[in-house]
Write a protein that binds this ligand. Structure first.
Ligand SMILES: Cc1cc2nc3c(=O)[nH]c(=O)nc-3n(C[C@H](O)[C@H](O)[C@H](O)COP(=O)(O)OP(=O)(O)OC[C@H]3O[C@@H](n4cnc5c(N)ncnc54)[C@H](O)[C@@H]3O)c2cc1C
Length: 426
């Protein structure tokens, strides 16, 4: 039996820390077992924030298991890097509450830790008369959600701010901004590591089972999973027995939960995936916009919008492209297609020209793509985040995070606060 050295070494390192208890190397059924305090599955921006919160604020020892070779390679590095105000989401939904709270925490964190960011502000624009009432609806919704700094603008005022913009009316959100999400994750990884978190890369959680109330997490080296398919069961390299598990596996968190035997499967939501592609602007020496520009939201996304990076460069996206279903094993192996098909630009030009009529032909270049972990399919309306504990699935100490799509980056620190508090009794 090949033993997963990385996991064992990580656990050994943890075991040398005074408050960490490990019951070493007892064997059963030929698979090595190790105890642990907290395990976070997935080192995306949310998993990292959860690990930081558990270790820094609650003094827990945390092992983060990440299937890739480093942190933040999933949706957390394939997004618009926008700090959202919190306008769009139904009042009292998790998205609304965590976005507003998370945004405040994030700005404070960026200021305290020197994370590159900019509170650019954002214009949501109506370009057709029938869209104007939708702006009023968004203004009311934002006010209900407690979003500060919202203001309705006449076209002249918005177009004076942004001379390349064409619109009939605009909703100004002064609290929206942009962030360097890699710097954020790097900073929080560092803080977590110095407070009792160990990151264990190249290892995949392939399933779990229960013995009494104890979760046994099945872990294999990612490298060894190449031939794993949905017809075969993966024999783990090691079993981890944690007190607390946070399933923050992003796109595959629901697929992974379906591989946990003993869980109430009826409460695990279905998985849908919607790719969003970005195109960058070439042939333009001076960026045409200084603020984020968003159209009225569409089904499944916020519409092909203008995002800016911290150097002022402009990109457009993401669109919404529903992907064919993939089986759970392929999802856990991250077999997602992130190709940006150059042909999609054809659909971008007319969308962008609604608010940026002077967009030149052939000026869009394929950029990158991200994939949204959707809990509802095409035409079903948007779903809220799901943060699921024992009360739903029946397993003490396990929290599943499902459907952490946008505004997950903005919400990450608020989600972490919530999850760590939820687990404080274990
Ligand atoms: C196109 C797009 C645009 C977006 N724009 C914004 C935005 O502007 N603002 C905003 O606030 N939010 C935005 N979001 C949402 C935001 O990016 C996500 O909500 C956030 O990154 C989710 O972080 P995460 O940690 O949950 O997931 P991820 O970043 O996907 O991390 C999950 C990690 O789990 C690992 N993993 C998976 N399965 C396993 C396993 N079995 N074992 C071990 N590790 C595993 C993966 O390798 C991955 O590293 C956008 C999302 C997309 C797709």
């Amino acid at each position: 039996m090949k033993l997963n050295k990385l996991v064992r070494n990580s656990i050994r390192n943890l075991a040398q820390k005074p408050s960490f208890t490990v019951s070493r190397n007892f064997r059963s059924g030929g698979v090595e077992k190790e105890s642990a305090d907290c395990v976070v599955i997935g080192a995306g921006v949310v998993g990292i924030a959860v690990a930081r919160e558990l270790s820094l604020k609650f003094g827990r020892n945390v092992l983060v298991i990440e299937s890739d070779s480093t942190f933040g390679t999933g949706s957390s590095s394939r997004n618009s890097q926008v700090i959202h105000g919190g306008i769009y989401y139904p009042p009292n939904s998790l998205k609304a509450c965590f976005c507003v709270r998370g945004r405040r925490l994030l700005y404070d964190y960026c200021k305290e830790h020197g994370i590159p960011h900019k509170q650019t502000g954002k214009l949501i624009v109506a370009t057709r008369y029938e869209e104007v009432p939708k702006l009023n609806y968004l203004l009311n919704r934002g006010n209900e959600n407690g979003v500060e700094g919202l203001k309705m603008m006449e076209a002249s005022e918005a177009m004076a701010m942004e001379p390349q913009l064409q619109c009939l009316r605009a909703l100004w959100s002064s609290t929206s901004g942009i962030i360097d999400s890699h710097s954020l994750m790097l900073s929080q990884v560092g803080e977590a590591e110095s407070h009792g978190t160990t990151f264990c890369y190249n290892n995949t959680v392939v399933g779990a089972h229960l013995e009494g109330n104890q979760i046994y997490l099945h872990i294999s080296e990612t490298e060894s999973l190449k031939n794993w398919d949905h017809k075969s069961q993966q024999h783990p390299d090691i079993l981890l027995l944690p007190k607390v598990v946070v399933n923050s596996a992003g796109l595959s968190s629901a697929a992974l939960a379906r591989c946990f035997s003993g869980i109430n499967r009826g409460v695990i939501p279905p998985s849908f995936y919607a790719r969003g592609c970005y195109f960058s602007l070439s042939n333009t020496r001076v960026p045409p916009f200084k603020h984020l520009i968003y159209p009225i939201p569409e089904v499944g996304g916020l519409g092909v919008h203008v995002t800016l990076d911290l150097d002022g460069q402009v990109k457009f996206g993401p669109d919404v492209e529903w992907l064919k279903p993939i089986d759970d094993v392929s999802s856990i192996q991250n077999k997602f297609d992130y190709t940006v098909c150059a042909d999609r630009a054809k659909k971008f030009y007319p969308e962008i020209r609604k608010y940026y009529p002077s967009l030149k032909d052939d000026s869009l270049q394929p950029g990158y793509a991200g994939i949204r972990p959707k809990l509802s399919g095409p035409g079903e309306g948007s779903a809220d985040f799901i943060i699921q504990g024992e009360e739903s699935h029946g397993i003490p100490g396990l929290v599943n995070l499902f459907g952490i799509e946008s505004p997950g980056l903005t919400s990450s620190m608020a989600i972490a606060e919530h999850v760590a508090t939820k687990l404080s009794r274990f």
